[in-house]
Design a protein around this ligand. Sequence first.
Ligand SMILES: [Zn+2]
Length: 149
Amino acid sequence: MSNKKLAQVWPERKLSAYALVITLSCNVRLRVGKLGLCRFDAGNYVYAGSAKRAFDARIRRHLSSEKRLHWHVDYLLASEYATVRKVWAFPETTTECGIIGALVTSGAVNVPVAGFGAGDCRNRCPAHLVRLSKKADGLFKRLGGQPYG
Ligand SMILES: [Zn+2]
């Protein structure tokens, strides 16, 4: 996905959660902040997050390579082998935990690194990053998601 100007799907104030579909082109080991050295197998991943304000700026930050590594996902996206393939935006009724919960329930995912991205999670998600074993576009649409950008 390019870093060109992103289209607005809805007015920003109605957006909340998002899902980044990330493709990793080979197996890597990455140091991820306090999680330490983590192994990620090649494949497709979903990272779910939320930005109740400045939604567009948050997405742009994820897509930018010029940033200080802060969130767990920053370390993954800093890998030269990781690419954000698609961004899904969700209305306020769908939370980041709701997205992860639906993916886990669908059985279409596994959790490569327990707790990844879920430091602030109050819903006991296994992580806010999951590895997809099949496409999840249909599931995202059922949750009210639309491609963003
Ligand atoms: Zn959660």
